[in-house]
Design a protein around this ligand. Structure first.
Ligand SMILES: Cc1cc2nc3c(=O)[nH]c(=O)nc-3n(C[C@H](O)[C@H](O)[C@H](O)COP(=O)(O)OP(=O)(O)OC[C@H]3O[C@@H](n4cnc5c(N)ncnc54)[C@H](O)[C@@H]3O)c2cc1C
Length: 390
C-alpha cells in the first residue's frame, strides 16, 4: 500500500486508536478534531476484554489498566436492595486472559494522545465536508483550511458530517432514555472493590463502580442513572443532582448519599441514541469508524470497545497492502456484521431493563433470579470474547 496520508476526522477514542494502529502499520496519519481542548469533565468508561486485548496489541494495556480499576463482578439489585443476580466477570476475564477495566474517559484520552504524539492531532478543526478528486480526498474545515490525503476515515461520532455526506439517508434513533453520569471522590470504598452494582427501578437503572484511587487516599467512584424521558429534555440550571435524586429517593444505600456528595459540575446529562444499521459504510477512499458507523445504545457498554476493534481491523487491512479502496471495503465487510450483532444485543438488553409495568418488572426479576449463571456468562462471552482479528 502506498498511502501518502490517511486523514482521520474526529479525535475521540475511535479516531485516536485508529491513528495509533495505522501509524504502527506504517502509514502516515493526521487527526483533525473539532474540540479546542479535550474535556477533563468526566465520565467513566468500561473497557471489556475485547478492548483490552486491542490495547495489549498497541502496547498500552498496562498503562490503561493502571489508570483505572478492575471490574470483577456485577451484582444486580432491585431498587430496594434485594439481590436479583450476580455475574462473575472475573471468571470470564481469567478465561480470556484480559481484564475488564473502568477508568475516566479523560484518562484514556490522555494515554492515547501521549502515545500518538499531540503534534499528530490538529485541534479546533471542525470538518464541514470532503471532495474526492481523482486519487485524492480533499477535506474542508469551518475555518477555511483544507487537508489532502489518499484516504479519509470519518471517526466523528454519532452526528458524523462524513456519514451525512456519504449516507444522507442514515437515521439516528432516540432510545427513549436519557442518562446522568457523575464522578465523585469518597473517603471509603462504599461497595466491595472490583464490584459493579446495578439497581433496577421503575423504568430506571442506576450503576455504581470504582474508577481507581482519587487524591489523598480517596476512592474515585462513577455512577450513572438511565431513565425514560422525552428526547431533548433539559434540567434547570444547576439542577442535575436534584433531577437524579427525584428518581432515586429511598433507594438502597449508598445511592442517595453518592449522588448528594457529587458536585453539580461533575454530573453530565446525555440522551441515549443509536444509529439505524447502515447497509454500506464507505465509498471510494472514504470510510467510517466507531459511532459514526454504528453508534449503539449503552446497555452492554460496548460502543467505545467496538470503535477500538474497528481501529485494529482497519489497520490490519491497510497493512496487508493491495488496492486502498478494496482494503477499505474488506474492512467494512469484516466489521459490519460484528458491530450489528453487538448493537442488536445492546438494544435487546435495553428492552428488558427499563420496564415500568409492575407485572412485567416482577416477571423480569424472577427471570433474572432464575437465569443460570453459565447462560448469562455465555451471552457476555459472545460479545467480549470475539477474536476480531482472526
Ligand atoms: C452514557 C454513556 C455511557 C457509555 N459507556 C460506555 C462504556 O462504558 N464502554 C464503552 O465501550 N462505550 C460506552 N459508551 C459509548 C462510547 O462513549 C462511544 O461509543 C464512543 O465514545 C465512540 O467513540 P468515537 O471515537 O467513535 O466517537 P466519539 O467519542 O463521539 O468521538 C468523536 C469525536 O469527533 C469529534 N468531531 C465530531 N464532529 C466533528 C467534525 N465535524 N470535525 C472534527 N471532529 C469532529 C468530536 O468532538 C469527538 O471528539 C457510552 C456512551 C454513553 C452516552
Amino acid at each position: 500500500m502506498s498511502a501518502r496520508e490517511v486523514i482521520i476526522v474526529g479525535g475521540g477514542v475511535g479516531g485516536l486508536c485508529a491513528a495509533l494502529a495505522l501509524r504502527r502499520a506504517g502509514l502516515q496519519v493526521k487527526v483533525y478534531e473539532r474540540a479546542e481542548d479535550y474535556q477533563t469533565l468526566g465520565a467513566g468508561l468500561s473497557l471489556w476484554p475485547n478492548a483490552m486485548w486491542a490495547f495489549s496489541l498497541l502496547g498500552l494495556a498496562d498503562e490503561v489498566a493502571h489508570r483505572g480499576a478492575r471490574w470483577r463482578q456485577t451484582v444486580m439489585h432491585r431498587w430496594d436492595g434485594k439481590v436479583l443476580s450476580r455475574l462473575d466477570v472475573n471468571a470470564l476475564c481469567e478465561e480470556l486472559g484480559q481484564p475488564t477495566v473502568t477508568l475516566l474517559r479523560a484518562d484514556l484520552q490522555q494515554v492515547l494522545l501521549r502515545a500518538l504524539g499531540p503534534e499528530n492531532v490538529r485541534m479546533a478543526a471542525a470538518c464541514t465536508g470532503f471532495q474526492v478528486e481523482g486519487d485524492e480526498v480533499r477535506v474542508e474545515f469551518a475555518d477555511g483550511q483544507q487537508a489532502r490525503g489518499d484516504c479519509l476515515i470519518g471517526a466523528d461520532g454519532l452526528r458524523s458530517v462524513i456519514r451525512q455526506q456519504l449516507r444522507p439517508e442514515s437515521r439516528v434513533r432516540y432510545s427513549g432514555r436519557t442518562s446522568w453520569r457523575g464522578i465523585v471522590n469518597v473517603p471509603t470504598e462504599l461497595i466491595p472493590e472490583g464490584s459493579q452494582f446495578e439497581l433496577y427501578g421503575q423504568g430506571t437503572r442506576f450503576g455504581i463502580c470504582h474508577l481507581g484511587r482519587g487524591p489523598e487516599g480517596t476512592w474515585r467512584m462513577y455512577w450513572f442513572l438511565m431513565a425514560r424521558a422525552p428526547e431533548g429534555g433539559r434540567d434547570e440550571e444547576g439542577g442535575h443532582r436534584e433531577a437524579v435524586l427525584r428518581h432515586v429517593r429511598g433507594w438502597m444505600a449508598p445511592v442517595e448519599s453518592l449522588v448528594q456528595a457529587t458536585r453539580e459540575s461533575d454530573i453530565l446529562r446525555t440522551d441515549i441514541h443509536d444509529l439505524e444499521p447502515l447497509s454500506r459504510w464507505g465509498e471510494g477512499p472514504v470510510t467510517l469508524l466507531g459511532d459514526a458507523a454504528h453508534a449503539m445504545v449503552t446497555d452492554l457498554a460496548q460502543g467505545a470497545c467496538q470503535a477500538i476493534e474497528d481501529a485494529l481491523v482497519l489497520a490490519k487491512h491497510l497493512r496487508e497492502g493491495g488496492d486502498l479502496r478494496q482494503a477499505l471495503r474488506a474492512y467494512e465487510a469484516r466489521r459490519r456484521p460484528r458491530t450489528k450483532h453487538v448493537a442488536d444485543m445492546s438494544r435487546r438488553a435495553g428492552s428488558l431493563r427499563y420496564l415500568r409495568n409492575p407485572v412485567a418488572r416482577w416477571s423480569r426479576d424472577v427471570l433474572m433470579r432464575a437465569l443460570p449463571h453459565a447462560v448469562a456468562l455465555q451471552q457476555l462471552r459472545s460479545v467480549v470474547a470475539h477474536d476480531f482479528l482472526a
